[in-house]
Design a protein around this ligand. Structure first.
Ligand code: FAD
Length: 381
């Protein structure tokens, strides 16, 4: 098989991989991006793209600001309603606008911008099977291609082949979550600008969500910590339907709704432990680097941030012509500097408090009664 030469090979064209390719535009490096799927493609997700994440993305590629602003199939999200057990809604208003866009659409937008860049060669429908180091580079193999680079970027999500082959990644259930998600149409009593989060004794440690994607459609799901799913032998799909059935609030919204497609599950690699995310000739980004916030499951913004930091380090590595583990460890340091204090604390909160049903209820009740406490809580989020 003919070997194709690039400077950088990025595996995965989700938010992490596409952002990294865009962030390398000014470097003049030749970048190959390879993905197992063709786009548009779905990714099981809650579809919530935090305002801060959009800001980070636009800083990399300013034209995305207008593209996303004009994009018709989105909702602008300005509020979250938290329902703690059977208490009335705790309504949080956000200053920064966020988007809820189906990943089928959002990721396709990013890829469309990425493929226009002259330094990028995109290879969809190429599932990476193997990644190996050679004396002077790294080889990425699919069934039909052999791509050689000076450096490989693993942006291939929670089941990353790059992390498996080069970082010896194995799932650690103490730092992992499980989740299921479905789309419903004909949903009643929802407002597009309001995301709904349900913290209830039946779904903690974790939460149930209903995120509108249009005035009558919603992305609905539940995610829980893996230790608890295993310990209590929870079937998440059953728990999802039982929770709706037992919630008068949700029955009003989803009682007559139509399930579109299937209820599907996917893993959440949490950033509550320090993983190996760089080494000789490789960097891991986003879910491949286990960067999901353990308190709320947010992973798109960390994926974008990791992509930006990785691009900076890749540029340095090429300037110095040094692709050693020691040089690339600067990326690990930068990422930990940005996130570790926050994520360590969040991991600790999840471990010790996320299952404390009575405490959560008490905090929820106190915040419903006291706008001051509610504001304090919102500041912590
Ligand atoms: C149910 C659920 C709900 C979530 N809700 C939210 C939310 O509302 N907001 C939020 O911010 N985060 C959410 N997340 C997390 C978010 O989905 C991820 O953090 C985010 O997708 C990470 O982006 P990524 O680019 O790192 O990986 P991905 O988006 O997974 O992209 C990886 C890419 O790599 C490709 N790939 C994988 N394997 C290979 C291979 N072997 N060869 C070639 N290509 C490959 C895939 O096709 C894919 O395109 C949720 C996660 C789940 C599971």
């Amino acid at each position: 098989m003919l070997e194709e030469q690039y400077d950088v090979v990025i595996v995965g064209a989700g938010p992490a991989g596409a952002t990294c390719a865009m962030a390398l535009e000014h470097t003049g490096l030749r970048v190959a991006v390879v993905d197992k799927d063709d786009f548009p493609r779905d990714k099981i997700c809650g579809d919530f793209i935090a305002g801060k994440g959009v800001r980070e993305l636009v800083a990399v590629k300013p034209e995305l600001k207008e593209r996303l602003a004009k994009f018709p199939r989105k909702v602008i999200n300005t509020k979250t309603h938290f329902y703690v057990n059977d208490l009335e809604a705790l309504d949080f208003n956000w200053v920064l606008k966020s988007y809820t866009i189906k990943r089928m659409d959002f990721d396709h937008e990013l890829v469309q911008v990425m493929v226009q860049l002259p330094h990028v060669s995109f290879f969809p429908k190429q599932r990476v099977k193997n990644v190996r180091l050679t004396a002077d580079g790294v080889i990425v193999e699919t069934l039909g291609k052999r791509l050689k680079g000076k450096i490989v970027v693993g942006a291939d999500g929670a089941h990353s082949q790059v992390a498996k082959h080069l970082a010896d990644f194995k799932v650690d259930k103490n730092h992992y979550g499980g989740s299921v998600r479905a789309y419903f149409s004909n949903v009643k009593n929802i407002s597009p600008e309001i995301n709904e989060v349900y913290l209830h004794r039946d779904v903690i440690p974790g939460y149930f969500w209903l995120f509108p994607v249009s005035p009558t459609e919603a992305n609905v799901g539940v995610g829980m910590h893996s230790t608890y799913i295993t310990k209590e032998k929870i079937n998440l799909k059953e728990r999802f339907y039982e929770f709706i059935e037992n919630s008068p609030r949700l029955k009003k919204k989803l009682g007559d709704a139509t399930l579109e497609g299937k209820l599907e599950g996917f893993g959440l690699p949490f950033f509550s432990k320090k993983h190996v995310i760089s080494g000789e000739r490789f960097l891991l980004l986003g879910d491949a680097a286990s960067m999901i916030d353990p308190t709320n499951g947010e992973g798109i913004m960390p994926a974008i941030v990791s992509a930006k930091l990785a691009a900076q380090e890749i540029e340095q590595a090429f300037i110095k012509d040094d692709f050693s583990a020691q040089q690339l460890h600067n990326y690990t340091k930068a990422l930990h500097q940005r996130y570790w204090t926050e994520m360590k604390l969040k991991g600790w909160v999840v471990k010790y408090f996320a299952n404390q049903h009575r405490l959560i209820n008490l905090v929820g009740w106190a915040c419903v009664k006291s706008p001051f406490l509610k504001r304090r809580l919102q500041k912590l989020m």
